[in-house]
Design a protein around this ligand. Sequence first.
Ligand SMILES: Cc1cc2nc3c(=O)[nH]c(=O)nc-3n(C[C@H](O)[C@H](O)[C@H](O)COP(=O)(O)OP(=O)(O)OC[C@H]3O[C@@H](n4cnc5c(N)ncnc54)[C@H](O)[C@@H]3O)c2cc1C
Length: 381
Amino acid sequence: MGKTILILGGGTAGVAAANVLADVLPPGNHLTLVDRSPVHLFFASLPLLLVGRRKPGQLTRELSRLESRGLKFIQTEVEGLDLVGKTVLTKAGKLPYDALLIALGAERNEGLIPGQKEWAFNPYSLEETGQLSAKLARFPGGRIALFIADLPFTGAVAPYEIVLLLHDYFRRRGLRRQVEIVLITPEQRPFSFAPPKISTAVAELLAQAGIKLLTGHSVTRITKTGELFLDRGELTADLILAIPSHEAPPCLRSSPLAGPGGWLEVDPHSLETAWEAVYALGDVTGIQTSTGHWLPKVGFFAHYQAEVAARNLALKLSGKEPSFKFRGGAAGASMLTAFRRGCFVSLSAYAIPPAMTLSPPNTLAYLTKTIFEKYWLTAWF
Ligand SMILES: Cc1cc2nc3c(=O)[nH]c(=O)nc-3n(C[C@H](O)[C@H](O)[C@H](O)COP(=O)(O)OP(=O)(O)OC[C@H]3O[C@@H](n4cnc5c(N)ncnc54)[C@H](O)[C@@H]3O)c2cc1C
């Protein structure tokens, strides 16, 4: 008899898993994807939307389009798991499964720092990034502060891309001298999961662009008049951007799958949880590297993890030995440094100690990222 495979979450990992399984699942099995949202969002292009190089509709795809691949899409909220009964609890009722892939990502909480929700823009939200883009077009000059509320956060390159793109945006408009850009991070150094030489290179990129970097600082409160109170000191800004605190999805935090911080515990190579036929993928997982840092929550890892879990599951359902392994590596990723410029990034997060390279800014790295964006939004949908 055919098995029922449920994928929770239609983000990076869920969409990759759904597409791979649609291709490799033995016939007769049933595949269902669940997401609260009707659309998939390609987060990596939000920084380009911010500086007017994308329109909101270019970053999203209807998840129902995946049904043409032979799977079923259900738009509903996941509320909990019954692992013993092999059932997912949703607003639309109970969904039984034989195999489960959990890819619910991270929840973003803007309510932990007083004033953040009211007086800061969230550049990780499609809606607010659109509003912010319109505001930037009218920005007369002054100080722009971007802060990272807490660790871990998703999209390791995103805060750096945002401030570097802002620098480029105002430079092109002849307004750069009138704009001060400040990046505030609780990390002691940028990319603290990587070797110190990478942090130095990133700090140099920011310094060359005249961007002020405040490391090891946490924002504790924001006021209507643009005051940012830090754990040490304070500053004022005319425009505040805040990357919210990231948390494990509330519906999973009390599940037996959750480890420290509520993030799901998995085998770092197979993405299997301690429960038979239950996998967790992408940002929802809590994997630690040899230096005790969280494995960066990035799309290319979510994608590769999904490929590994989906292919291994298909092998198991065909009575074969799973043979794929996630090795914590990625090459050919990019960090944008300007419109039409970027640095190539490679990362071996499972190496002891973790290794990373960052190329000098070049046009090819930018093109690679935009070609990948086109590929993702067409090939998968
Ligand atoms: C601004 C920005 C820029 C980034 N840039 C890059 C980059 O350049 N390169 C890179 O590799 N990564 C980048 N990232 C990170 C990357 O987008 C994430 O790591 C990736 O999306 C994680 O995939 P995921 O499937 O685990 O989670 P997500 O993509 O967040 O998907 C989770 C899905 O689950 C759904 N969901 C959540 N809770 C529920 C629930 N209770 N019920 C139903 N559905 C639910 C959500 O609606 C969502 O569709 C960036 C992120 C941001 C925000």
